[in-house]
Design a binder for this molecule. Structure first.
Ligand SMILES: [Zn+2]
Length: 307
């Protein structure tokens, strides 16, 4: 585990994903029969939580009804040797799902962050992302036949005659960039995004397109959204963002000039901030982005890196 992962929510490699073992259906069946294994129920991208908003976690001996009701059961990994499975109750109505799980509420994991330990938040986000993928991949894009899960839920394969196409969980990478102005004093570019609350500024981001490297995507997005060309581009870290399928890849880049021209569509306004200005905003109670986001991390490390 890397230090970077400890800092950022939803990552951290908390489970041994047992990639070689999960391909064996007999091994998976054995884990599902092992009383030491645990089951996490989810409903339509939400955690099912009990008292104190703690996600429900059942031993398999106590989960026969949940397993029977599940649309999909996926193996997440081994936690200190104990298998952890997620079950999808999305086909049920919310109340029925809550009753099956013995849960009080169905809540997005991002609304629980801060109240959950980092491992619990990461495992719930992982379960959410994997189950979301299954629900959207029930038919083959090649021949239209039904697909079935295998490898503990980490692959789907087409059942169509003569097809057999394999589907793998899809991850959609996006770049997120802290752009610095050339020269001194140090300033970074933050923007008001369409749809963001009034007065909320954040770093610039965008999806990577087909045929682009991550660095290509950084350069294109900065030119499209803010009308700036960037020279140096350096990798800062990444964050799992399975809401539903993201991987956020963080960069720092230096602009060739200071002139900014926003597109007026994705970005409404962009301007340069000194470190002092950002510190004043924080002191005035305006947080630097969502505390669980890589945006927050990029800004925090930039603030810590200079006067
Ligand atoms: Zn097919």
């Amino acid at each position: 585990m890397q230090t970077e992962d400890r800092i950022m929510a939803y990552g951290g490699g908390w489970l041994d994903r047992a990639g070689a073992l999960r391909a064996d259906p007999g091994w998976i069946a054995g884990r599902l029969a092992d009383p030491g294994s645990v089951v996490l129920p989810l409903w339509r991208d939400r955690c099912l939580v009990g008292p104190d908003r703690v996600p429900v976690r059942r031993g398999v001996a106590d989960a026969a009804e949940l397993l029977a009701a599940a649309g999909e059961t996926v193996f997440l990994g081994l936690d200190d040797g104990a298998a952890v499975f997620a079950v999808d109750l999305s086909a049920r109505a919310e109340q029925e799902a809550r009753e099956l799980a013995g849960a009080d509420e169905a809540v997005d994991v991002r609304a629980l962050v801060g109240g959950l330990g980092p491992a619990e938040a990461a495992v719930q986000a992982y379960a959410r992302g994997l189950l979301h993928w299954h629900r959207g991949q029930r038919y083959c894009g090649g021949c239209g036949a039904a697909t079935v899960a295998r490898d503990g839920g980490h692959t789907r394969s087409c059942t169509g005659p003569g097809c057999g196409r394999l589907l793998f969980p899809r991850i959609e990478p996006a770049i997120i960039v802290l752009v610095e102005a050339p020269g001194t004093p140090g300033r970074c570019l933050l923007a008001r995004h369409a749809g963001a609350p009034e007065g909320a500024y954040s770093t610039l981001a965008g999806f990577v397109e087909v045929g682009e490297s991550l660095e290509d995507a950084v350069r294109r997005e900065m030119a499209e959204e803010a009308g700036i060309s960037v020279a140096e581009v350096s990798y800062q870290g990444s964050q799992a963002w399975p809401f539903p399928a993201g991987l956020m890849v963080g960069f720092r880049a230096t602009a060739a000039g200071e002139e900014v021209q926003v597109d007026g569509v994705e970005l409404l306004e962009a301007r340069w901030f000194t470190r002092d200005e950002l510190r004043e905003r924080v002191a005035a109670g305006r947080p630097l982005g969502r505390v669980d986001s890589i945006d927050h991390h990029l800004l925090g490390s930039w603030l810590a890196a200079g006067d």
